[in-house]
Design a protein around this ligand. Sequence first.
Ligand SMILES: NC(=O)C1=CN([C@@H]2O[C@H](COP(=O)(O)OP(=O)(O)OC[C@H]3O[C@@H](n4cnc5c(N)ncnc54)[C@H](OP(=O)(O)O)[C@@H]3O)[C@@H](O)[C@H]2O)C=CC1
Ligand SMILES: O=C(O)[C@@H]1CCC=N1
Length: 265
Amino acid sequence: MKVGKITIIGAGNMGGAIVNGLLKSGYIEPSAITIADPRKNVLEGFQAKGVNTFQDNLEAAKTADLVILAVKPYHVEKVIDQIKPALTLDKIIVSIAAGVSLSDLAKLIGNESIIFRVMPNTAISLQESMTCISGNGQADAHLETVQTLFDQLGKTVVIQEELMAAATVLASCGTAFALRYVRAAMQGGVEMGFGAEMAQFITAQTVKGAVQLIMNTGHHPEREIDKVTTPRGITITGINEMEHKGFSSSVIQGLIASFNKIERG
Ligand SMILES: NC(=O)C1=CN([C@@H]2O[C@H](COP(=O)(O)OP(=O)(O)OC[C@H]3O[C@@H](n4cnc5c(N)ncnc54)[C@H](OP(=O)(O)O)[C@@H]3O)[C@@H](O)[C@H]2O)C=CC1
Ligand SMILES: O=C(O)[C@@H]1CCC=N1
């Protein structure tokens, strides 16, 4: 079933990106979208796009069929307290707060409620998110509705909740990790003679093409790497030097550090 009215609580990086992705998708009318945030100035831009805006979270949540909690993890409890009177059992509640479990949410909202934990990334604004979804027992009957909604905003997978911390690191933090590679390559490009703008253009298109090589074929990355690394050639010299300096190991250790941060707080 297609979702009716959506309310997003929190108009920050992610709340705003979700609204922009929804508007771009045309999946639902701007008038069926509501966003709430205490800051009036951030709401004005959304109002201009025909989206309903509120500084009062409870008012914003009242009319919704589906409420997305897009506030920082440490604001989730306070926000749920504010909107609880509007969280009737027929409403779908979606939290994107990192590290806030379904059982944490059920304690605050109620065991009978329909609750999803969803982990998107900032590319949701361009309908290019990787979004991981899990839900509680009541959520099963509404999974298609929620997955179809996020399918409009990129790619989705339904996962066991125990994998949600790993999903957060790979897919949500992953945007920043990938862009650090891009930045580092740009810095190298500038040292070799390109201006920053040209270095960014060349690096970004190269990364996009490399990603498409594995996405379009399903090939393992090493299969495509093998096609680039001429024996005694230039690429293997650079790759081996990166590995001597700990490239793969640094990436893995960074992922695990982020994972431990979610798991241990
Ligand atoms: N950023 C990312 O890439 C991702 C983030 N997430 C999760 O999404 C959530 C939001 O992150 P992000 O968008 O980056 O954070 P932001 O701080 O950018 O956005 C949160 C917004 O909520 C506002 N806010 C604060 N208190 C309230 C309140 N009581 N009621 C309504 N709005 C309030 C904030 O205002 P103010 O700034 O004034 O406090 C801010 O505008 C987090 O839980 C995070 O873990 C998940 C996936 C990816
Ligand atoms: O860094 C964070 O805590 C959030 C969650 C995932 C991406 N950004």
